[in-house]
Ligand binder design. Structure first.
Ligand SMILES: NC(=O)c1ccc[n+]([C@@H]2O[C@H](COP(=O)([O-])OP(=O)(O)OC[C@H]3O[C@@H](n4cnc5c(N)ncnc54)[C@H](O)[C@@H]3O)[C@@H](O)[C@H]2O)c1
Length: 448
């Protein structure tokens, strides 16, 4: 008996509803692993794919490498059938494959899609009729249709094509952006609406059914490109507004006005205002990077994304602004930065997380070293900092008891477990880039 499109989509939906659908998640990082656990909690049997053997082994031994995910959660998921692998051969057994691999920028600030293209090339040979492939990695509008679909179609030996309408055979493709906010426990994951765009109505229907099993609300949009653009709009909105308050902070400092006080007052307005806070610069895998995916794509349309470029300039300059302020604060105390000892508190890019990707603290440390300071750091989430794509520090965490030895302590990340009164009391000079010392009156604090 020949299976029609309706039979097949009905069957897949039935498999999703009855939790028989096998879900493979590629990329067991900050996005993919929590997503795997969410599906597992809903009784799906999940396979996590990753090329890093260390992560696969750790997961299969019931361990975790993300601080906010306790090992017990991995072990509970294992009891529900969760396992990890580097073997792409297992893709053939999956009904749904969700791709959560990195999308960084290259050294020329252009999109580096190599993780996506490598992944898709690895998936393609194992594709089968009726499988649903969803991309979650943040990327420019057009990636799913222009990059993912052609690679899947070219790479599978049986000549399968993407199924776009009721008549056609093939596999389904959709894009659904991740909206993870690491460290934010105010909204339960399942309460964050999930935007979905499919290559055709069947893909949209199936992808929405998959996500409806773990999210309370799905938001269908007309195409993968609309879903890709939605994610970029969200992140550009943050990037531009953070740049605006970073610029205003510099003006307010000259004018002797406390911008944090102003923001607190402004946010009492019950409509038309959302609070964004200044800081030492942008960090993380999203806000400093994603907007440039759109700037790059815009050039194909002879279009300059001026807001993004301007916001990028302001935000990238912030670590330099912080270091200038450290130098100024020290010179007012008759100290030269060159040869002085500086302790940077916090290398994570934001409060209470174990992620230092693109962290402005790393830039601040590099700049301080270039200017001849002897720099050490403390961060409860990092016992050591080695080297990454954009840094090479090879440092170990200095205990807070040693604060009195330093000429200056810089609060770069406002982790909540720091005792700021104690820090101010013990330090000779505190440069606070996060307003973490709010409410503490002392002459050794410089806020910038
Ligand atoms: N971290 C966040 O808060 C966040 C939020 C929203 C969206 N995103 C987006 O989600 C995507 C993933 O981000 P992340 O933070 O989880 O990255 P990550 O670096 O934490 O994890 C990515 C994982 O993919 C694995 N990987 C890379 N290439 C692979 C391949 N070919 N096959 C299998 N595994 C492979 C890596 O080993 C790594 O474990 C990015 O596009 C990012 O922009 C991230």
């Amino acid at each position: 008996m020949v299976m029609t499109y309706l039979d097949r989509t009905m069957e897949i939906k039935h498999r999703i509803e009855t939790r028989q659908a096998r879900i493979g998640i590629i990329g067991m990082g900050y996005v993919g692993l929590p997503l795997a656990l969410l599906f597992s909690e809903e009784r799906f049997k999940i396979t996590g794919f990753d090329i890093e053997r260390g992560k696969v082994d750790k997961l299969n031994h019931g361990g975790s490498y993300i601080v906010r995910i306790p090992s017990t959660e991995i072990q509970l998921a294992q009891n529900r059938g969760f396992s990890a692998t580097s073997d792409y051969g297992q893709i053939a057994q999956m009904d749904v494959v969700i791709i959560c691999v990195p999308t960084p920028l290259n050294e020329y600030h252009e999109p580096d899609l190599s993780y996506i293209t490598d992944t898709v090339r690895s998936v393609a040979p194992h594709l089968r009729n009726g499988q649903l492939i969803i991309l979650e990695s943040t990327t420019y509008p057009g990636t799913t249709e222009e990059v993912v679909v052609p690679l899947l179609e070219q790479g599978n030996p049986s000549g399968l094509r993407v199924a776009r309408d009721a008549e056609s055979d093939g596999f389904y493709v959709a894009f659904s952006p991740e909206r993870e906010d690491p460290g934010n426990d105010t909204v339960a994951r399942r309460d964050v609406p999930k935007v979905v765009g499919g290559c055709g109505p069947a893909a949209l229907e199936l992808a929405s059914a998959v996500y409806a099993s773990i999210f309370n609300r799905t938001v269908p949009v007309s195409s993968p490109a609309a879903a890709e653009m939605t994610k970029l709009l969200e992140n550009i909105y943050r990037c531009v507004n953070i740049a605006m308050v970073n610029e205003l902070k510099q003006l307010c400092m000259r004018m002797g006005i406390d911008l944090f006080e102003v923001i607190d007052a402004a946010k009492t307005k019950p409509f038309g205002f959302q609070a964004f806070y200044p800081g030492p610069g942008l960090g993380g895998h999203c806000i400093p990077i994603d907007p440039f995916y759109l700037s790059w794509k815009a050039k194909q349309f002879d279009f300059d994304t001026r807001f993004i470029e301007l916001a990028g300039q302001v935000n990238l300059a912030m670590p330099y602004f912080v270091v200038d302020n450290i130098m100024e604060a020290m010179s007012q105390r008759d100290k030269a930065l060159h040869g002085s000892r500086v302790l940077v508190l916090g290398v994570a890019y934001k409060r209470d997380i174990d992620d230092l990707r693109e962290s402005p603290s790393l830039t601040i440390i590099e700049l301080l070293k270039q200017r001849g300071a002897q720099v050490e750091y403390n961060d409860p989430f990092f016992a050591s900092v080695g080297h990454g794509r954009k840094y090479d520090l090879n440092m170990t965490c200095t205990p807070l008891e040693r604060i009195p030895e330093f000429d200056c302590v810089v609060i770069a990340t406002d982790h909540s477990q720091y005792d700021y009164s104690m820090i101010v009391e013990k330090a000779k000079l505190v440069v606070d880039t996060r307003n973490a010392t709010k409410g503490i009156e002392a002459t050794n604090i410089v806020r910038c």
